[in-house]
Design a protein around this ligand. Structure first.
Ligand SMILES: Cc1cc2nc3c(=O)[nH]c(=O)nc-3n(C[C@H](O)[C@H](O)[C@H](O)COP(=O)(O)OP(=O)(O)OC[C@H]3O[C@@H](n4cnc5c(N)ncnc54)[C@H](O)[C@@H]3O)c2cc1C
Length: 547
């Protein structure tokens, strides 16, 4: 049921869709401008990703001293992260703490899914409708609906007839799942699969992992938070946060590489990779040399080092070869971080099945059957099959204008945005970390803060100049899309069939969606656009028609 504890403001200045890290920060930042705002959230709690993804082993893979809000120094000083990488419960606790500390809950309405958003070009306002029949009107709409918030359950024949239980990593039951004594099948070996497999293996009678694509994973080397590290980091926090803005991934503290991987002898190179492997974390590894993400020959050295590690850890060499990725350069798909992932395949109760060569055909009443007829008896199936990434949440909402511009149609051939922030033909609608933004290729909270700050500044600018409408020109939008593609094509990213490309969703246009030019370059571009009076956008004053 909707949270009816507050009177419902049907007229707002800004309606926000989603109450994850982005929606919550948008409430805080926009309220400071004196605006009347409210976020509508489909879930029964705040936190977005960290509310929904409660599977065993769920945690962030950016260190928590980095993966946290920077907008308030007292907040970052007082919060204590118990481990190097925060667990899902810990991050959710942090988000709830932030909501209380900044009194955000009074502007969040839970259990409410936004179904449509229509911009009335005459009245110059958005009308947003909920699944509970409410109608909200607002001058501006901020889409903070998430990039990885639309779970994808594959459309397997027979799933509804399965007599056991099945789960999706992104819709995990709040009470948890006890796999003790069960025969469990995990489908999918991306970030979520890699995190949960070692823990499910410890409980299950037998765990069968169904792998379509092997992904590279590096050891996280998680530890309890060392006190001295926390002390030093906190003392340097403001400077570190500023330094992060000058980096491609929005994470400071990694020395900028100076040389190509091909400029050093093999033994020296492998020693460097070994040091990074021991240190743990993905940024450090990809930062070993200047050109790992742009030069295939350089990348091959880093990829082969990890493949050899897998061959060294996994005792059965047939399994090791299946686990060693060969169809994409390391780092071009989301690089996983794990604790004992490859070691798990040495357990007697774990087996790996290659569903690339022999795809899953049917879910039977008692398990799974492959195309070859091979059958597996299972008591539980876990889908770690990911999300309809980057465009899924927005395409589920019927976004349009009264002039007939329809977002789904505008994006039919792949998403088009200017700076990842706005769409031509859809005035006054902002997107947080949407397609065309570097969001998913960065420490996301840094991107969220940067986007929301930019949006708030734009709305403020309009107010200061007695303007009330902003939209990108079609030319600026298409120039940005060309730029995003050109930058992607100068890297190795397009070589992978990844969710960055929409490749995990049948029928989705294959377009490279994130901006991979780096957070630093992107932020400078956004700042320059604003400094030039919002270059590429049309700003206007609309004579609002009295209702
Ligand atoms: C398992 C996992 C691990 C991750 N680890 C990292 C990490 O280590 N580092 C990192 O930088 N990023 C990580 N991410 C990315 C993560 O999504 C972001 O860091 C961040 O949490 C995104 O916040 P958000 O508010 O933009 O979106 P979300 O957290 O996805 O929140 C969006 C919210 O909008 C709601 N919503 C969507 N559509 C509607 C609608 N129509 N009506 C109402 N509500 C709606 C959803 O229910 C959701 O609660 C991870 C993601 C996943 C899934």
């Amino acid at each position: 049921m909707p949270d009816a504890s507050h009177s419902l403001p049907h007229h707002l200045d800004v309606v926000i869709v989603g109450a994850g890290l982005a929606g919550l920060y948008a409430i805080h930042r926009l309220r400071k401008l004196g605006l009347k705002v409210r976020a509508y959230e489909a879930g029964s709690g705040i936190g977005g990703t960290w509310f929904w993804n409660r599977y065993p082993g769920a945690r962030c893979d950016v260190e928590s001293l980095e993966y946290s809000y920077s907008f308030d120094d007292a907040l970052q000083q007082e919060w204590k992260w118990p481990e190097r990488y925060g667990t899902q419960p810990e991050i959710l606790k942090y988000i709830n703490h932030v909501a209380d500390r900044f009194d955000l809950r009074r502007d969040v309405q839970l259990n409410t899914r936004i179904k449509s958003a229509v911009f009335d070009t005459k009245a110059n306002e958005w009308t947003v409708k909920t699944d509970t029949g409410e109608e909200i009107r607002a001058r501006y709409c901020v889409m903070a609906a998430g990039n990885l918030s639309t779970p994808r359950v594959p459309d397997f024949k027979g799933l509804q007839g399965f007599k056991g239980k099945w789960y999706h990593s992104g819709l995990w039951p709040h009470e948890g799942v006890d796999f003790s004594g069960l025969r469990v099948g995990v489908i999918g070996t991306g970030s979520s699969g890699v995190q949960m497999i070692p823990l499910i293996a410890e409980q299950a009678r037998h765990l069968t992992v169904f792998q379509r694509t092997a992904n590279f994973s590096l050891p996280a080397r998680n530890t309890p938070m060392p006190e001295d590290k926390e002390r030093t980091h906190k003392a340097e926090y403001p400077a570190r946060r500023e330094a992060a803005k000058e980096t491609p991934f929005a994470i400071a503290g990694y020395p900028k590489p100076a040389r190509s991987a091909l400029e050093v002898a093999e033994a020296e190179r492998n020693a460097a990779y070994e040091a990074k492997w021991q240190e743990g974390g993905s940024i450090s590894y990809l930062y070993a040399y200047t050109d790992l993400l742009v030069n295939k020959a350089s990348n091959d050295t880093a990829s082969e080092f990890v493949r050899n590690k897998i061959r060294g850890i996994v005792t059965d060499q047939k399994t090791a070869e299946l686990l060693a990725p060969k169809d994409h350069p390391i780092g071009t798909k989301r690089l996983c971080l794990d604790t004992n992932y490859y070691e798990t395949y040495n357990r007697p109760n774990v087996s790996l099945v290659d569903v690339r060569s022999d795809p899953i055909d049917t879910v039977t009443e008692t398990g799974l059957k492959l195309k070859s007829g091979a059958a597996f008896e299972l008591d539980a199936i876990v889908f770690a099959t990911g999300f309809d990434a980057m465009t899924g949440a927005l395409n589920e909402i019927d976004v349009r204008t009264t002039d007939g511009e329809v977002l789904r149609e505008h994006w039919a051939g792949g998403p088009l945005t200017y700076l990842g922030l706005m769409v031509a033909g859809l005035p006054n609608m902002f997107i947080v970390t949407g397609p065309g933004s570097p969001g998913v290729k960065t420490q996301m909270i840094a991107s969220i803060e940067q986007h929301v700050d930019w949006i708030a500044d734009a709305i403020d600018y309009l107010g200061q100049h007695q303007l009330d409408r902003i939209e990108p020109s079609p030319q600026a939008e298409s120039a940005w899309v060309d730029h995003v593609n050109k930058v992607a094509d100068s890297t190795l990213y397009p070589l992978a069939n990844s969710w960055y490309m929409g490749a995990n969703i049948p029928g989705k246009p294959r377009v490279f969606m994130p901006y991979v030019g780096g957070f630093d370059r992107y932020k400078k571009q956004c700042d320059a656009v604003a400094a030039k009076g919002y270059e590429g956008f049309t700003l206007s004053r609309h004579e609002t028609v009295a209702a």
